[in-house]
Design a protein around this ligand. Sequence first.
Ligand code: ARG
Length: 263
Amino acid sequence: MCRPEHFTVSYRINPWMDPQVPTDTLRAVEQWQTLYETYLGLGFDVQLIDPLPGLPDMVYSANGGFVLDGKAYGASFTYPERQPEGPAYMEWFAAAGFEVVVPEEVNEGEGDFLLVGDVVLAGTGFRSASDSHAEVARVFGREVVGLTLVDPSFYHLDTAIAVLDPEPVDGVHNIAYLESAFDEPSLTVLRERFPDAVLVGQEDASILGLNSYSDGCNVVIAAAATGFERQLRERGYNPIGVDLSELLLGGGGVKCCTLELRR
Ligand code: ARG
């Protein structure tokens, strides 16, 4: 995670961002702190990267890379405003003992790559290039399933899909998703692979409710996503609401602030 000490909205690279709307950095830090402490309370081992001045989006650490099997595939950002974050995260991975793979293709890390069991769901359409999907398949030797996003408000895969089960339950890994975020061929794939998925409504998705982190039991979600909260409870999960309204002004939520380190 990356404490949002330099958070603000000074440019616009997604529809959520409006530089005219004031941001409150102190409030962002306080809200982020609650998320951080929630993770510590759940017993997670949380590592921090130093925030760099001039990189207000660095708080969205999910975009810093994709880490699996002790290997960190670096990010290569779409927009120049975020490009310096790529090397900053790669330096951190190297110092933390991960084998760093410098990417050839444009990709925004775990924002667009979600591990579900042995398979990587990979988003494209707005940020990560589809060529990065093949690169991830090569680097990790895993099956990569490409999905195309069509709604600019859900520009990263982690704004449209939540992985609910990192470990299989009765042989199945479940997910939750927003149907309207995908093109028809992607929906066909999702319906085939996840017939029992939680289908989240527009209202919850439109506050980035899907942008959540699950350990398979506890699901940390946006506090305001009350419909999704109910759906999770019905399925036996324990939803935990956190208010990240300030970070929503940059177009990110719980998952965006969280990069998973898999050794
Ligand atoms: N302002 C950031 C951007 O547009 C938000 C990134 C959100 N991160 C995520 N994993 N969805 O790049």
